[in-house]
Design a protein around this ligand. Structure first.
Ligand code: FDP
Length: 361
């Protein structure tokens, strides 16, 4: 069975399962059971529908995205088991970022690699956890590059706090020599063809954009499918919530310190989970601003441009939000190295502009 046929077969199975559930609910006399089977839309189905709007689309892209959804379902199943001995705790290694590697980091990294390496159209895989990119020998000239943070916020795992996976997809620049791997990877964020994230929280939620709005899905664990929750998600234009690790306040620039004084005089709420992906997800839904500025110790910020800031900036902009490093639009930044870090101010349009107005004073 080809990739596409398999995908349609999977839709069919999922729809039949939903139909059976609806019938069973009706037979049990469940109040509110639908009189007819509702059209459920899985993420794969949604991607194919979106793709049909582009007459030259080949289906390759949906095949690639289904590799990501498959990987995140496997990771989610492992995250659910996070209290169990064989997968909790540190591996004893330190990653390229100088952070202690958690066993689940390693599992998530390997899962994404395994699910994407054999799609046929992914030529290069770039992970936040790895020293160097993986060029897939079997698909050396594959047209897509997938960059990912396999388990964002992983220092929170043993406290059962929401964590997530973030991904970004680039196309190979056809004008470049295939051997020039690093030049292929170091593309500015506005060149992303798709990006998104999954939050492993009280439910597992996926949001993605392929440049035509942001679409959100919830994993239905009973059938193992991401089901459409909301299309064309919009981030509220304003929101009186700020999200920052305020313990570093004395180390921030004067503009950020002034903004933090101002919010306290204007009835704001503070929310900081400490998992970027979860803090961003809340900001996308409820509005407000997330900030991880440079500090005196780390003037270039902590968050990674290619695996964290770029994909979330693409999602934010597609939902009507804004993402900047305080001086420049995140998506315009030309990366110089693979693991480059950046300050990040991301969220509702009016609130990010307010933060920037303090920078200019
Ligand atoms: P973590 O170190 O747990 O992986 O970039 C990683 C990240 O988490 C982000 O998810 C989070 O927003 C940030 O670091 C938290 O950093 P602080 O502990 O300095 O607040």
């Amino acid at each position: 069975m080809t990739g596409l046929k398999a995908t349609w077969f999977a839709f069919d199975v999922v729809e039949k399962l939903y139909a059976m559930r609806a019938e069973a609910a009706k037979a049990d006399g469940v109040v509110g059971a639908p009189a007819h089977v509702p059209m459920i839309r899985t993420v794969e189905q949604h991607i194919l529908e979106q793709q049909r709007k582009f007459p030259h689309a080949t289906g390759e892209f949906s095949w690639l995205l289904s590799g990501i959804t498959l990987a995140t379902k496997i990771i989610q199943a492992q995250v659910q088991r996070a209290g169990l001995l064989e997968i909790i705790g540190k591996t004893g290694d330190v990653n390229v970022q100088g952070e202690e590697v958690q066993k689940l980091d390693e599992i998530a990294n390997k899962t994404l690699r395994d699910c994407l390496a054999y799609r046929g159209n992914v030529g290069i895989l770039v992970s936040e956890e790895d020293h160097s990119p993986h060029v897939i020998q079997e698909a050396e000239s594959g047209r897509y590059i997938v960059l990912f943070d396999p388990l964002d916020g992983s220092s929170n795992i043993n406290a059962n706090v929401s964590i997530g996976t973030i991904f970004s997809i680039l196309q190979r620049n056809p004008g470049m020599r295939d051997g020039d791997v690093m030049a292929q990877i170091l593309q500015p964020g506005y060149k992303q063809v798709a990006a998104g994230y999954v939050v492993y929280g009280s439910s597992t939620v996926m949001a993605y954009t392929a440049g035509n709005g942001v679409h959100m899905f919830t994993l239905d664990p009973s059938i193992g499918a991401y089901v459409l929750a909301q299309e064309y998600v919009r981030m509220p234009e304003e929101g009186k919530v700020y999200s920052i690790n305020e313990a570093y306040c004395a180390q921030f620039d004067e503009g950020i310190q002034e903004y933090l004084k101002w919010v306290k005089e204007h009835n704001y709420s503070s929310r900081y989970i400490g998992s970027l992906v979860a803090d961003f997800h809340r900001t996308l839904i409820r509005g407000g601003v997330f900030l991880y500025p440079g500090t005196k110790k780390a003037p270039g910020g902590k968050l990674r441009l290619l695996y964290e800031a770029n994909p979330l900036a693409f999602v934010a902009e597609q939902a009507g939000g804004v993402a900047t490093d305080g001086h420049e639009r995140i998506l315009d930044k030309q990366p110089k190295i693979m693991h480059e870090r950046t300050p990040l101010i991301i969220g509702s349009k009016d609130e990010v502009e307010r933060v920037l107005s303090f920078n200019r004073r």
